[in-house]
Design a protein around this ligand. Structure first.
Ligand code: GLU
Length: 520
């Protein structure tokens, strides 16, 4: 029997035993996007029945991560809803009631075997090279034997009496996958501490919370036959299952212990905008109908579909570095910022997407997003709130260079820097060699004579310096860059000069000019 519900209801069901990493966040995202695309509901359920591993700190981090990612849940902790509580440790009375029902219908039984006894049988099976299955010893206990054990206070678990049948998981992503239940055996549904096992609680909750689509990582596919058997034992309608592909690193190996195994909050702390990470994660196992990759949020929320999810592993390559030999084949001096970010696109999709969005969002939003990165920066306090018009215009001119907001402070600090120096000998030599001094002096004189105040004015001034000195290209621009910034690389000069203003610019040139023996 499949689900009779009309509204799509999905859920993300994390166990609070660590932070939310990319794999978990991708699962949450697929559930969230599917619910949005189908105008349904997205639920959050906390699966904290593993008392040894669940922590309050992890619970808080997971909630904070989901909120940062903009995946607000329609029902769940903090929001409530008609099928709560949404934390499993608060639902023990519900599981108990259902267990009593299963036991009375002889679909489950108490198992009094001690852990030592079971361990011994497991070892024996191992030594014979056969898979261990519970032998069903307690399934045939009589009523009086059971009562005797209970009265003695013998600890017990509750086992599901697995019927012998072929279970077919009709998965929306993986297709039809068959499992022989006799290879499963009678498994534990209630542990000796009275807490339900994952495979048991998850079914009762999914059924009572009227979940229509269970979307999760492919690692859970092998749990699904157990869950289907329990759905059937209770006569609950089956939800649709969709097991999303594995995520691997560029080396094809599992993501655990790699960059993607870090908390998604690490991406926030590096200054990726949350929509960027969502957009990137959506493509880990899903493709848009027209193959488009960069998508605004609203589009993603309307076109996502499980039908377009693939079972092949998805590669998570965000931290792939430029290899030395790749650097040699590209003349980075000839690439402007957009060219550079397009180049990086081939290297890291995440950074390409990130730069694109940073360039597009309203500048006021970017100012706000910059606040945590400005706190410890070397700029005057009045600019740190992220709203100052000067700060916003600086940010507006540097955003083209950014893949992550954490890269912005050095650029911004440059505008406020008073004690300017040459970064290195190479920068200084740009003036000392060839016609450098002449170019520098001519530029100083021409900005003193004119009153430039916009990028075009500065462009024209530099062109006239070129005409007067007979220099063009590198031998014209590099000495000007060096005498005004002390560096051999950086922002586009006309924009930088406009933001600095004529006075500051002259002061910088006087300080650096002295060092290279130029009289003001
Ligand atoms: N608590 C399980 C986990 O974190 C949930 C699996 C599921 O979605 O059913 O892996």
């Amino acid at each position: 029997m499949t689900t009779p519900y009309t509204e799509v209801r999905t859920r993300f069901a994390p166990s609070p035993s660590g932070f939310l990493h990319v794999g978990g966040a991708r699962t949450a995202l697929f559930n969230y996007l599917y619910a949005k695309a189908k105008k349904g509901k997205f639920l959050l359920r906390v699966e904290d029945t593993d008392q040894d591993r669940s922590t309050e700190a992890s619970f808080k981090i997971i909630l904070e991560s989901l909120k940062w990612l903009g995946m607000e849940w329609d029902e769940g902790p903090g929001v409530g809803g008609p099928h709560g509580p949404y934390t499993q440790s608060e639902r023990l009375h519900i599981y108990k009631e259902y267990t009593a029902k299963l036991i009375s219908e002889k679909k489950a039984y108490r198992c009094f075997c001690s852990s030592e006894e079971l361990e011994g049988k497991k070892k024996q099976a191992e030594s014979m090279g056969i898979p261990y299955l519970y032998d069903g010893k307690c399934s045939g206990l009589s009523e009086s034997e059971i009562n005797e054990q209970i009265n003695k206070g013998t600890p017990f678990t509750v086992r599901f009496k697995t019927p012998n049948k072929l279970v077919v998981v009709d998965d929306m992503i993986q297709g039809k996958v068959k499992f022989e239940s006799k290879l499963i055996g009678d498994f534990i549904i209630v542990k000796s501490d009275g807490f339900p096992s994952y495979n048991y609680a998850v079914v009762i909750d999914d059924a009572l919370m009227k979940i229509t689509h269970v979307i999760r990582g492919v690692g859970h596919l092998s749990n699904t036959p157990r869950q289907i058997l329990i759905f059937e034992a209770f006569g609950f309608p089956l939800p649709r299952f969709a097991h999303a592909s594995e995520i691997v690193g560029t080396d094809g190996k599992k993501l655990s212990k790699r960059a993607g195994a870090t908390s998604v909050l690490a991406f926030r702390d590096l200054g990726y905008l949350s929509e960027t990470l969502r957009n990137y994660m959506a493509l880990l196992g899903w493709t848009s109908p027209d193959g488009k990759e960069y998508m605004p949020d609203e589009e993603l929320c309307s076109i996502f579909d499980i039908e377009r999810c693939s079972k092949s592993p998805a590669t998570f390559d965000v931290f792939k570095k430029l290899k030395e030999e790749e650097k040699e084949t590209v003349d980075f001096n000839k690439l402007d910022a957009i060219g550079l970010s397009e180049y990086l696109n081939q290297k890291s999709k995440l950074n390409w997407m990130s730069n694109k969005l940073i360039r597009e969002v309203p500048i006021e939003r970017l100012g706000q997003e910059m606040v945590p990165f400005l706190v410890n920066s070397n700029i005057p306090a009045e600019y740190k709130s992220g709203t100052h018009p000067t700060l916003l215009s600086i940010l507006d001119s540097v955003r083209v260079y950014l893949d992550r907001l954490i890269q912005a402070p050095p650029y911004i600090e440059e505008f406020f820097q008073e004690d300017i120096q040459f970064e290195n000998e190479e920068a200084k030599n740009l003036i000392l060699e060839g016609n450098g001094k002449k170019v520098a002096k001519e530029f100083y004189d021409s900005i003193t004579a004119a009153a430039p105040n916009n990028p075009d004015d500065y462009k024209n001034l530099m062109a006239s310096v070129g005409e007067k000195t007979g220099e063009k290209g590198r031998t014209l621009f590099m000495p000007i860059r060096s005498i005004t910034t002390g560096k051999s690389h950086g922002l586009e000069l006309p924009i930088l000069f406009t933001l600095l203003g004529q006075e500051k610019l002259k002061k910088r040139m006087e300080i650096l000019g002295k060092i290279v023996g130029l009289a003001p």
